[in-house]
Ligand binder design. Structure first.
Ligand SMILES: [Zn+2]
Ligand SMILES: [Zn+2]
Length: 251
């Protein structure tokens, strides 16, 4: 069984109880970070995940709320004695931005730094990005303000699947990627360019035929967050819930 822990669930403005949206996937031996909010070492500790088990970081796009924790993640791994390589997956643009950010922080002078390798995400629909013993990760470009991918994780043991839209306006690529998934984690920022409302997230979940919709990347300062859930439920016949920091999804 795979375990996906939500490490942050907020849209671009976080609060005391919600970090920016990011998550970690665990198999029996290893783990993979998906985006990197502000306090990755603290959040991994709260989730009881050993950072040494991280194989790498998959970055969906290079907006600050999705990559801002990367320098302290890489620093934290170095300070805790990591030796094995760490892989960063991202679009061509993301793989330009992250090394530039790290160079500004002068990581090139950290002694005995472990190897960091880069894997560019193929810019095509349902590209097989990671073929692990226990799961496969597929990515598809979605429709946001900068190059962004959504992703689907298929569990080889259970036959179940989880799809995450990342930041996007409602798009057919997510419907196709999520088709037949047990869980769809869909962003629900609201009526802004490049984003989706909760009812649009519900419509995408309905059309993809998933069983369970988890709304994420929501405005944590909204007065009535339960309305976020209930309005999505008007468009979707399955289970709708709000992501919360440290919530665990198994599949
Ligand atoms: Zn975002
Ligand atoms: Zn974004």
């Amino acid at each position: 069984m795979l375990k996906l822990t939500i490490l942050g669930s907020a849209a671009a403005v976080a609060d005391a109880h919600h970090e920016n949206t990011y998550m970690v996937l665990q198999s029996s031996q290893t783990s993979l970070l998906i985006d990197c909010g502000g306090s990755p070492m603290a959040r991994l500790d709260q989730a009881d995940i050993d950072p040494e088990t991280l194989d790498g970081l998959l970055v969906t796009h290079h907006h600050p709320d999705h990559i801002c924790g990367t320098p302290v993640l890489l620093l934290g791994l170095w300070l805790t004695g990591r030796e094995r390589p760490f892989t960063i997956y991202g679009s061509r643009r993301t793989l330009q931005v992250i090394p530039k950010m790290m160079q500004l922080m002068e990581w090139q002078v950290w002694p005995d730094m472990y190897p960091v390798t880069y894997r560019e995400i193929p810019w095509e629909e349902k590209a097989l990005l990671i073929d692990h013993d226990e799961y496969a990760v597929y990515t598809s470009p979605v429709q946001h303000l900068v190059p962004t991918v959504g992703l689907r994780i298929d569990s080889k043991k259970t036959g179940k699947a989880l799809t995450y839209s990342s930041d996007t306006r409602p798009c057919e690529a997510v419907v196709r990627l999520a088709r037949g998934s047990d869980i769809l984690i869909h962003e629900s920022t609201g009526p802004f360019p490049g984003h989706s409302t909760p009812v649009q997230a519900g419509e995408i979940a309905q059309r993809a035929g998933v069983k369970r919709l988890v709304l994420i990347h929501y405005p944590v300062f909204a007065e009535d967050l339960d309305a976020w859930r209930s309005v999505a439920a008007t468009a979707f016949d399955g289970l709708v819930e709000l992501a919360e920091d440290l919530k665990v999804l198994e599949f």
